[in-house]
Ligand binder design. Structure first.
Ligand code: HEM
Length: 157
């Protein structure tokens, strides 16, 4: 199905944008925290861009999960049996759960950072929450080396 391919490709490539923004924002926050640097408008913008990429990724993910993906449709058709299949269980349970943790960490991290005035505290909160979100994203992604669930690094190639 055409829509499925487009949304899956968008979800697949947006992972790189989200990943890059998380790495860059978390690294800048870590350096800002440890180096006692001022919290600049760019820092705030970076957290906002990361949040937007994350929410868009969530939106594509939800469309795939509930409407478009033959993987999750197959899993929902017989959930009990799907739990015994590594790929179906991954798509129906593991991927969404870990990814939702990442989405939550980005949201909570941004809110927590806005609640404090001090630059060092802001950097610290972003570094911790976005760093943890990055770990969750790394676990949620079906990297090519992962048994039974691995996907290409670049969709369609
Ligand atoms: C937020 C971080 C997320 C990242 C980094 C991420 C990453 C990915 C990647 C790399 C793929 C494989 C695409 C390919 O074939 O190249 C994928 C597929 C998929 N993701 Fe996500 N995802 C995220 C969130 C979510 C969420 C929240 C959901 C569900 C609500 C979701 C549902 C799915 C589904 C259903 C598939 C496709 C299964 C199929 O092949 O039909 N994703 N995701």
């Amino acid at each position: 199905m055409m829509t499925y391919t487009i949304v899956l490709a968008a979800h697949s490539y947006l992972r790189w944008i989200m990943f890059a923004l998380l790495v860059f924002t978390a690294a800048r926050a870590l350096m800002g925290w440890l180096g006692d640097k001022p919290y600049r408008p760019l820092d705030s913008k970076l957290t906002l861009f990361t949040l937007i990429a994350t929410d868009l990724q969530l939106l594509f993910g939800l469309a795939l999960y509930f409407i478009l993906s033959p993987q999750t449709s197959a899993a929902f058709a017989n959930f009990g049996a799907a739990m015994k299949s590594k790929p179906l269980r991954f798509w129906a349970v593991e991927h969404i759960t870990i990814a939702l943790v990442a989405v939550m960490l980005v949201h909570v991290g941004r809110i927590k950072a806005r609640k404090v005035e001090d630059s060092r505290d802001r950097h610290k909160r972003i570094a911790i929450y976005f760093g943890l979100a990055l770990v969750a994203v790394l676990v949620a992604i079906p990297w090519p080396f992962r048994q039974a669930i691995g996907r290409a690094l670049f969709f369609g190639m």
